[in-house]
Design a protein around this ligand. Sequence first.
Ligand code: 3MF
Ligand code: MG
Length: 344
Amino acid sequence: MPGVFRFTFGPWNIHEGQDPFGPAVRDRVEFSRKLGLYKGLGFDGVQFHDDDAVPEMNDLSPAQIVSQAKAVKAVLDGHGLAAEFVAPRLWEDPRTIDGGFTSNDPACRQYARERFRRCIDIADALGTDLIVLWLAREGTYIREAKDSAWAVDQIVETLNEMLTYHPRIRVAIEPKPNEPMDHTYIPTTGHAIALAQRTVAPERIGVNIESAHAILAGLDPSDEMGFALSFGKLWSVHLNDQNGPKFDQDKSFGSVDLRRAFNQVRILDRHGYGRKGESVGLDVKAMRTQKAGAATRHLSNSRTMFLRLLEISRALDEAAVQSLIAERDYEALDLLIMQALTGR
Ligand code: 3MF
Ligand code: MG
């Protein structure tokens, strides 16, 4: 069964262009105005950080948080948009400087778990059962700072607490090997899926695979996706592109390596991705050079490339592909793919 593709992105993907070496270069676009841009760009769903939905949530009571999130849900409904997931933003607060769940300070660990619970409440109010967990600072700058076995136990315990807190919530871990940390504890899809097996509800832990994060780990994103698909655990994707192992670039999908992008689209399509309600998320950044008016093109361009590569994959002569595979003539298969990608 072929895939069914609905596209989503998060409000952080419309960005003012600041980087570690320079300030914003574009005006801030208000969240409410961003919501008005989704449909026109070809997107049907919104990915949230908890505080995208409820700003300043640390200053609010649990009841106030839920009531603000419900108001956001009404606005989404008005735009015909759905919330795909909510992710706890655990990397900005002073209490998460040394990580959240794996901080060496018990008070900080408690803050992180509390924040996670509020994030789950927000997801509930926005009408989604999916939490994405990017374990941003759960790692170290120097190996001696934390015990890595203990750290993994802390993450398992936290997940258990959250799975018990809400009986239906599903958590898609977004693995990333580095940045902002030197090394993180759940760097790849395999780590995330292994971790799931140690929790009280393994069937409610899956993954969100980001192309760039797999590339940073020296892995092929489509094979990472295949691994997760084989386990029934690919619940979201963050498609983008990345020019080699350096800082996380979040380039437009397909803009560095079309063939690598093609293989991601192909594995998703061949395994019916989207038929259980999964979305195609694009975690892409506009180049800092872009003027304000053109700073959403990276989103529509990424979607356009996804759909173009889908068309190419579906138009391949599958009988020819299968016979080349049977003959083990991979040189001919290589050429067939390159010709398809170059319009021949
Ligand atoms: C970091 C990321 C993040 C996550 C997002 C949702 C800002 O490399 O990819 O994007 O995707 O926080 O968990
Ligand atoms: Mg991401």
